[in-house]
Write a protein that binds this ligand. Structure first.
Ligand SMILES: [Zn+2]
Length: 93
């Protein structure tokens, strides 16, 4: 994932998430030209993939590429898990 530029306020939120050991702290950030990387120590590739999937799913992003999904599943009212492009290439059987 690309690093996210953050200011004082977001840094404060990041630190409190860090203190609590919450997954919300995970990510890569740039603060005043310094790079901060927070990752779960000892997590396997599978753990990371599962977490990435969950975060993207709850944020309504394509689980494959992270693009915001605008189209919703008419029967559930929830955004699709894939963007239009990936829905075409993956869900098509
Ligand atoms: Zn996609």
């Amino acid at each position: 994932m690309r690093p996210r530029r953050i200011g004082e306020e977001a840094l404060g939120r990041l630190l409190s998430a860090l203190r609590a050991g919450r997954d919300a702290a995970l990510g890569t950030y740039i603060f005043k030209g310094l790079r901060i990387q927070v990752s779960r120590y000892g997590a396997s590739g599978t753990d990371r993939t599962a977490r990435l999937y969950r975060t993207r799913r709850t944020r309504g992003l394509c689980v494959r590429c992270g693009v915001r999904v605008t189209r919703r599943n008419p029967s559930t009212g929830k955004p699709y898990r894939l963007c239009d492009e990936h829905r075409k290439s993956i869900d098509k059987v």
